[in-house]
Design a protein around this ligand. Sequence first.
Ligand code: 5AD
Ligand code: SF4
Length: 436
Amino acid sequence: MKFYIYTFGCQMNEHDSEYMASVLLEKGYSPAEKESQADIILVNTCCVREKVEHKIFTKLGRLLKLKKKNKGLIIGVTGCFAQLAGEEIKRRMPQLDFVLGTQQINRLPAVIDSLHSLLKEWDKMLKGDKQIKSFPCRFHRRSPVQAMVTIMEGCNNFCSYCIVPFVRGRERSRAAEEILREVKEAAVKGYKEVLLLGQNVNSYFDPSNNGTSFVNLLIKVHQIDGIERIRFVTSHPKDFAYKLVETVRDYPKICKHVHLPVQSGSNKILKLMGRKYSREEYLEKIEWLKREVPDIGISADIIVGFPDETENDFQQTIKLVEEVEYDGIYSFKYSPRPLTKACQYPDSVPEEVKGRRLMELQELQKRIQFRKNQSLVGKVFEILADGVSKKDPHALCGRSSNNKIVNFRGGPELMGKLLQVKIIRAGPNSLFGEKV
Ligand code: 5AD
Ligand code: SF4
């Protein structure tokens, strides 16, 4: 029996897909190379932004046609969109075999068992588990180099635009002991890098030992032999503490990169978004980072066209981006999401204005990235080779500690190795270098 998994959305979702693959492996399934060879297809969904939903329904519609050829094919839908819109999915596509929301994903083993006994199961999912899910021992990871490790799930922040607290539930941290066990196992298997995952890692708090904060957890992970690099996402600016900046500065294995979503540069919009920090407080934290960790890479998420965003508000975002000089941004047009506070506000910024603002922001960011990347030509970086270059199948790619993507000539034997690479060319999105 073979499985195939489609993943939409963020790293948290990618990691959930790894969890689902591990459950299926444990149940005796093996991965299929193509969907046409699969006996079970899971579509792991996202609903953080509206556009993805259209893609998901299109994908499901196409997959359901496969059921006509292969009557035994099982198709299940999981993830945030399943949590949010289980009933609607069921109504529109009753041929699907099951739907499991994010907060019920730990029922996947039981659902798979019930499928074995040929029970078709529709699962409603709105009442979530308070517990963080437990992870299978033999964890199936998508990368041989970077191990993603969940440290917490859910979110209590309820930013006014965001559906995550509704679909992922309240914040819950995983016991530090369990996290450290998982990281140690990854190290034994040869993983060089760990990515610690949580919606808001800064508010990590070990439920079984009141002493362990996020900084303490980082220090404990740092002590694990074999792990050469530690990354973490996502930080919330309101909880981002000076102590963390010092920790990033002082511990060499902690990568010099911070993803600190700002969302807007206007205090009025930040307030409407319920972000609980001001532009000035955010910029102060950026100052700490730049002062203490001079080669720090900084990235952020930004939303344009939030209700009531005037041209002046938007220009505050532009000015902030010019001032911070991010190494990368993820930028989005605001879309109203059900259940959120902001979906009650009129979506007042016209679509074309959102589009123009997004373009202006992205063009500015491209210029900044190009300029910053150009200044790196001639420098040598330590790169962890983690894949084949997207630009050249004979080249590898990897990342610097501060998260720059670097392509360089090299064979597969270099995968997973830390290499010194001298930058010889720079584009806005990536660098090209030579091994030295
Ligand atoms: N509209 C647009 N972007 C959103 N994001 C979250 N919710 C919305 C929304 N309703 C963006 C935020 C967040 C990222 C994961 O997705 O920038 O940080
Ligand atoms: Fe959503 Fe805000 Fe929580 Fe991030 S911090 S997941 S934007 S509610």
